[in-house]
Design a protein around this ligand. Structure first.
Ligand code: F6P
Length: 498
């Protein structure tokens, strides 16, 4: 792996673009990065030890797991928030961590509340996920969203080299493409939305709906996880912004063409295969099985603790199967890993209490001494441990009410080196479009989920193998490197077209 470090310079820059003059004294790189990733989070979060020492730990979520290998293969800079509140907001010195060039953007405590926890995760997140929780609309949250988007755009404008490629990510930064284009018309701008993009009936609720669409239209290429989301976007640019469209092309008022297409994200398949085949992961998987009492069957759920993930209906379906005698304690165990997430947002606190209570009740009612029905872990694990869990699990249960893609489903498939194991997958996860040979379920239909989990657990091993082989083939055809190449090639084509 070769990562060429970006030149670190101390200088004053005064780029003049379309009459806008940005004066910034930046200690670090200025205008030297040919590829710039702009995402809400850096791939690492800053943590402070009890003695006050600063350390970095991998940040949560699918976006980071997907983009990190992409950045390791390319030379570029990653702009993002280090996950903590800063006394002074603004831009901080770039630094290199584990071979990646990182450019921190600071958020104040108030901005974390209003931008991150507020507009991003209590307005946009529930709205874009089919309103599974009611979204809240507050004008001061929107103001913070505009302010923080501006800060990210300014930082990208400072560090991008002339004619660079800037790739902006996700719902937290939908205004960045347009803001950046106004300052730097010379750069190619791509935008990728990692989460679903809702149909017009839901999107129309947002008081700032036109501003958001116009923000995204600053990009040359707008990528989505599935074609339905891209179609929703194109339709809205027609009906709400009044633009002309042709298939996946939108013609903007400033006479540019913006392409909106699906690029289903993936994982670093080889990396997971290698990890799953390593001696230490094989040994750890065997140890996990033993520590669970050598059951016949292990069911596994791994999710961020999020109300979109359908954790409760999945555990309900399983516990009913146990109560009805279809699964017996000791023979079967459900391991549920729930990674702590957005813990200060009220809906997440409500969910945590519900899951805690539900697991407690099921284990109290159905478990035996030293043999819980559900082995529940509220914590995050390194990839090595995740790979061991994937190896140990006979059935992976992924049941979101709505999900942009769901990379956990893909990671499980990648780790099944012997073509065994069953993937039970929600038809409302983006991944179900590619992984159609999984055991598909509707998370709103508890009985349907029960019968599918049972069918998966009693399937003829030949059928299980056939399905897993097909899933693995599909996955190998589109790994994360392929995804990034597809997106960046299409972006380059759009640059030529403009
Ligand atoms: O994929 C959706 C997403 O919000 C990513 O943008 C993010 O990295 C991940 O989920 C985890 O969320 P958060 O950054 O809020 O912890």
């Amino acid at each position: 792996m070769q990562v060429r470090r970006l030149q670190l310079k101390v200088r004053e820059i005064q780029p003049k673009v379309r009459g806008v003059c940005i004066t910034a004294r930046v200690r670090g790189m200025t205008g030297s990065a040919d590829l710039v990733i702009v995402a809400n989070r850096l791939p690492v979060d800053q943590v402070r030890s009890a003695t006050g020492e600063v350390a970095w730990q991998r940040s949560p979520g699918g976006l980071v797991s997907a983009l990190e290998p992409v950045m390791r293969q390319r030379d570029g800079a990653w702009i993002g928030w280090p996950g903590v509140a800063e006394d002074e907001v603004g831009s901080y010195d770039p630094f290199t961590e584990d071979g990646l060039t990182l450019v921190p953007v600071g958020l104040s405590g108030a901005e974390i509340e209003e931008f991150y926890e507020g507009f991003c995760n209590a307005t946009l997140w529930p709205l874009y996920h089919d309103v599974v929780a009611p979204p809240e609309f507050h004008r001061e949250w929107w103001d913070a969203y505009v302010r923080v988007n501006r800060r990210f755009a300014d930082r990208a404008a400072e560090i991008a080299a002339p004619g660079a490629t800037v790739w902006v990510h996700d719902y937290q930064l939908q205004l960045v493409p347009q803001m950046l284009r106004e300052m730097r018309p010379d750069v190619a701008i791509g935008f990728f939305l990692h989460i679903p993009f809702p149909p017009s009936e839901l999107f129309m609720q947002v008081p700032w709906r036109k501003e958001i669409l116009e923000g995204m239209l600053g990009a040359d290429l707008v990528g989505f996880q599935v074609s339905g989301a891209a179609a929703n976007f194109v339709r809205l640019t027609r009906s709400l912004v009044g633009l002309r469209t042709h298939r996946d092309m939108v013609m903007t008022q400033d006479r540019r063409s913006v392409r909106a297409t699906a690029y289903p994200i993936s994982i670093d398949v080889q990396h997971f295969e290698k990890l799953a085949g390593s001696e230490s992961v094989i040994a750890r998987a065997a140890q996990i099985r033993r520590s669970l009492g050598d059951p016949e069957r292990i069911l596994l759920g791994i999710d961020r603790l999020d109300y979109t993930k359908g954790i409760l209906p999945r555990l309900r379906a399983y516990s009913e199967l146990v109560a009805e005698g279809e699964f017996r304690i000791g023979e079967t165990v459900f391991v549920q890993v729930a990674t702590p997430s957005r813990e200060r947002v009220q809906q997440y606190q409500v969910l945590r209490n519900q899951v805690d209570q539900f697991v407690g009740r099921v284990n109290g009612d159905l478990g035996a001494l030293g043999r819980p029905a559900i082995s529940y872990l509220h914590s995050s694990f390194p990839q090595h441990e995740m790979a061991a869990l994937y190896r140990a699990a006979d059935i992976m249960v992924v049941t979101p009410f709505r999900d942009g893609m769901n990379l956990v489903a893909k990671e499980y498939v990648a780790c099944r080196l012997n073509d065994d194991g069953a993937l039970v997958l929600s038809e409302f996860a983006g991944a179900s479009e590619e992984l159609s040979r999984a055991w598909l379920i509707n998370p709103y239909d508890i009985n349907g989920m029960k019968s599918t989990i049972l069918a998966a657990s009693r399937a003829d091993p030949k059928d299980t193998t056939r399905r897993m082989k097909a899933l693995r083939r599909t996955l190998r055809d589109n790994d994360v490197a392929q995804w990034a190449t597809n997106f960046l090639t299409a972006l380059e084509e759009m640059r030529q077209l403009q």
